[in-house]
Design a protein around this ligand. Structure first.
Ligand code: ATP
Ligand code: MG
Length: 224
């Protein structure tokens, strides 16, 4: 049965009176995933930030899990906290904390979990991404691909329903990028919806849609 999981309707976003995003429309059902493509500066990061409820929109609305979570003058910050996770282009790991603290801290800070329990959940998440052997290292002791996996672990540790990823493989060599994409496709296979900004072309049939900016308009295309 159709359920309104994520729906972006006539979204417009301006910065200082300049229209950055105009008439963006797309929707996903629970578990469906989407890649976003378009040239530099067309607004991909801004669109992800709007969906992550980090930006107010100027027209239209965003529906998540059958609720209006964003419209002009209103952003539902409570939804943002746990159900939608975002990994940024720059990752933003905390350099003065170990890998384990990076992944565990949001859990005990935001979910109110006790610290020992949070560490256990975080270690389990790191193990799932094959990076638990680096738990007591600091981010600057890791390779680029290892850092990507830590950032993914931190985003996944809350079991979000929607994971937003902004060009997270752009700075990786092709082989490591391929591995990280494999991890993301496993996350999709486990039932989480992923929205990924990328310049790569994917052949896997796990991606349901592409949203592309053709220089004029945003179009949602079915991939499978
Ligand atoms: N906080 C801000 N204030 C003013 N303008 C902004 C802000 N954030 C982004 N912009 C502008 O919005 C436009 C879209 O930026 P955005 O970062 O979303 O592009 P992008 O498609 O992600 O580009 P890239 O592929 O280079 O990452 C750019 O012209 C940028 O200068
Ligand atoms: Mg960007």
């Amino acid at each position: 049965m159709f359920s309104l999981f994520l729906s972006i309707e006539n979204l417009e976003k301006r910065f200082n009176h300049t229209v950055i995003l105009d008439e963006v429309n797309f929707s996903l059902e629970r578990g469906e995933s989407l890649i976003i493509q378009g040239k530099s500066g067309c607004g991909k990061t801004t669109l992800l930030r709007c969906i992550a409820l980090l930006e107010e929109i100027d027209r239209g609305r965003i529906i998540f899990d059958e609720k209006v979570v964003s419209k002009p003058g209103y952003v539902d910050r409570s939804t943002n906290r746990l159900e939608i996770s975002m990994v940024f282009q720059q990752l933003y790991l905390w350099s003065h904390m170990t890998v384990l603290e990076n992944v565990s801290l949001p859990l005990w800070l935001r979910n109110g979990k006790n610290r020992r329990l949070a560490d256990e959940v975080a270690k389990d998440q790191l193990a799932q991404l094959g990076i638990d052997n680096k738990a007591y290292d600091y981010p600057n002791q890791l390779s680029g691909g290892q850092r990507q996996r830590v950032a993914l672990a931190r985003a996944l540790v809350h079991s979000p329903q929607l994971l937003l990823l902004d060009e997270i493989t752009a700075n990786l060599d092709p082989e490591t990028a391929h591995k990280v994409i494999g991890i993301i496709e496993n996350i999709i296979a486990s039932g989480t919806s992923v929205i990924l900004v990328t310049h790569s072309i994917f052949t896997s049939t796990i991606w349901s849609y592409a949203l592309r900016f053709d220089g004029n308009a945003w179009r949602q295309e079915k991939l499978r």
